[in-house]
Design a protein. Sequence first.
Length: 427
Amino acid sequence: MRRRRILISAFACRPGEGSEPGKGWACARTMARHHDVWVLTRGRYRALIEDAMRREPVPRLRFVYLDLPDWILQATKPSQEFQLFYYLWQLAAYFAARRLCREVEIDLIHHVSYSKFWAPSFVAMLPVPFVWGPVGGGESMPPGFTRRCGFQGRTYEGLRALARWIGEHDPFVRLTAQRSKVALATTSESAARMRAIGGQRTTVYPAIGLTQEDLDVFDAVASSNAAGMRFVSIGQLIHWKGFDLGLAAFARAGLPDAEYWIVGDGPERKRLEVLVAQLGIASRVQFYGQKTRAETLEILGQGDVLVHPSLHESGGLVCLEALASRRPVICLEWGGPAIQVADDTGIRVSVRDVEQVISDLSEAMKRLAGDADLREAMGKVGRRHVEAHYLWPRKVEHYCSIYEKVLQRSASGKVSTGQLLAKRGAH
């Protein structure tokens, strides 16, 4: 494979993290094994990135730092307004990328972060082959489930649906989709929406992955041999994570020697604590609150099964972490987790209505609690599944194959990027 000059647009890119920042860093660092890579990211990550690069240099990996004035960030700090900051950053990224393309003959641009299809990636407007994603956000809460979310949850879902509708009608979002030589969607729901706005070359491919270093950490976490059964849920305590469904199922399962551990914090904690008391399971449920990543993995290692009943999630990194830790996963047949969790690595519960989901989650808990051999078998297969499909070297090889196909298609009649930009600048 010939080395190419690749520009990665990664709004979030930070060493030693999971989720979006970790994805941006892992993709960029791994991609530099194959190509000359420039990463356009936020200036706030500069100190951490430079420290990581000093400790472990990565040849052929360069960073272009870009941030908006502090007053804009301060004015857009709450989560909803932060979307405006992200939009403005993407606009500024266009001009930063255009300057770079005048200096370097970039072969291809890949938008990696954020993983959200309903915001534009303005770098797609440059005369360079563009790969978009994986991006998501097309998942919605199942019909009938918003009634259990309370006023704040329903308001959030309404605003999210409105923001997505506006994004889908933004001409720059549509141009991003239309100019994508390949668009990668995290789920089939997102893929359908991306095709509807012009992303005709859209395929489903998960955004998240793990590194070999992650696997080493999981292997170093000691497992507990204590008696009893321990279900674990990990994540922000927010309405769409569905932890209330997991708790209701746990109460219904009637497993007197089992415990349910919840790691994380958020606005739903008080409501969940009230629910636990009402269900009569307070003595068997433990809220750990917010923990560091190392502490969280230690708790996961002491557990037996991850319960992740999320109601609209493009990814679900914690599911991969559980599989890599040889823990089976109980999740819904809905969104990103349903793609990651196979029939032989966990139990996926179909989604028809609230009562059915609680009942089926309860049956899944009883089944795994009563069969240690099944848990062990699923754990082993889950680890192999992660190693085969979700390690970053594997994912980057897939991206590289996409790059080659895109560049081969674009090769005929190609005018150099520098020439195109010079012509545009002359007018």
